[in-house]
Write a protein that binds this ligand. Structure first.
Ligand code: ZN
Length: 316
């Protein structure tokens, strides 16, 4: 019998993280800092664990291996769970980085590539991120800039506000800036090539490894053209409003503002994931609150959310 599975995340203590996921999103993870929580993950580097029902205590990797039908007909069960959903708390700047696409990742890393999207949960005044290059660059220009510590002059910076969305195609240079709290939906991959890390040292007194040679093989060297976010259309229904905030070949993300109730159907084509980002409510007879993540297996059928909350709903 399939049922809505509440997930408990894996945590990451990367050096740039903060404490907001603990105090504002209720993450009971004993890490300091707490940079990321992998809310819905079947990635071996940090799988989530089911906390209720028949599969209680199992990793999502195990559950999907036992029940590939939970994925739905759109996903090839041989490929496993296709996406990864995280919260990210950037107290400090993240490294300037790039991710490979599927073709490169398959050949050289035996993994998926990583295209990702961000929904900005909160942004301190003036918070920025890096998105693409300011002007055309090449390997030589980048190598000199990294060695001189002045890569910033080639990077395109964007002011960020709460509620913004960004789509980061594999190959795009990017960096999340200090003061941003983000929900990330991505392909299930942990391939990151660090281009520049501000010459920071970790707790062990060493700089983190850079992956310049790999990065230049996958970087899109063209300047960023137009990153203006398209205006989004909100559809109003009795009791809730909904807007699709990202649709690509890997995932669809819908933001639902539930004022009273919201009904939807989980069809046989795909699982769905509910990530609560504000407020609280109930799904069937189960209560949820801000910060929690629920996986709904494909074909689960009609569902009803009641309460006052904002959720991101993700599917393949
Ligand atoms: Zn990234």
């Amino acid at each position: 019998m399939c049922y809505p599975m509440f997930l408990s995340p894996a945590g990451k203590d990367y050096l740039w993280g903060g404490v907001r996921l603990k105090y504002e999103f209720g993450k009971q993870i004993n890490l300091e800092p707490l940079a990321e929580s992998w809310e819905c993950s079947a990635h071996p580097d940090g799988p989530s664990i089911v906390v209720n029902g028949e599969h209680k205590g199992k990793t999502l990797i195990k559950v999907i291996a036992e029940h590939p039908e939970y994925l739905g007909s759109k996903t090839n069960p041989k490929d496993g769970f296709p996406i990864l959903i995280k919260f990210i708390d950037a107290a400090k700047d993240l490294s300037v980085q790039v991710h490979p696409d599927d073709d490169y990742a398959r050949i050289y890393e035996h993994d998926r590539g990583k295209t990702e999207m961000w929904y900005v949960l909160d942004a301190e005044p003036g918070a920025e991120l890096v998105y693409g290059f300011e002007h055309p660059v090449n390997e030589e220009i980048l190598r000199i800039a990294v060695n001189n510590g002045d890569l910033a002059k080639h990077l395109h910076r964007v002011k960020v506000h709460k509620g913004d969305t960004f789509y980061i195609r594999a190959g795009t240079v990017h960096a999340i800036g200090a003061g941003l709290l983000i929900a990330e939906i991505q392909e299930s991959s942990n391939l990151t090539y660090r281009v520049y890390d501000y010459d920071r040292v970790g707790p062990n007194g060493k700089k983190r490894e850079l992956h310049f040679d790999k990065a230049v093989k996958v970087l899109n060297m063209e300047p960023v053209r137009d990153i203006r976010q398209r205006s989004r259309i909100v559809h109003h229904f009795p009791g809730c409003s909904r807007e699709v905030i990202c649709r690509c070949q890997y995932f669809e993300v819908e933001k639902v503002n539930c004022l009273e109730c919201y009904e939807f159907t989980v069809r046989p084509e795909s699982y769905q994931v509910v990530l609560c980002i504000e407020g609280n409510g109930s799904l069937g007879d189960m209560e949820f609150k801000k910060g929690q993540c629920i996986l709904l297996p494909a074909g689960l059928g009609r569902q009803k959310i009641v309460g006052r909350n904002v959720i991101l709903k993700v599917r393949s």
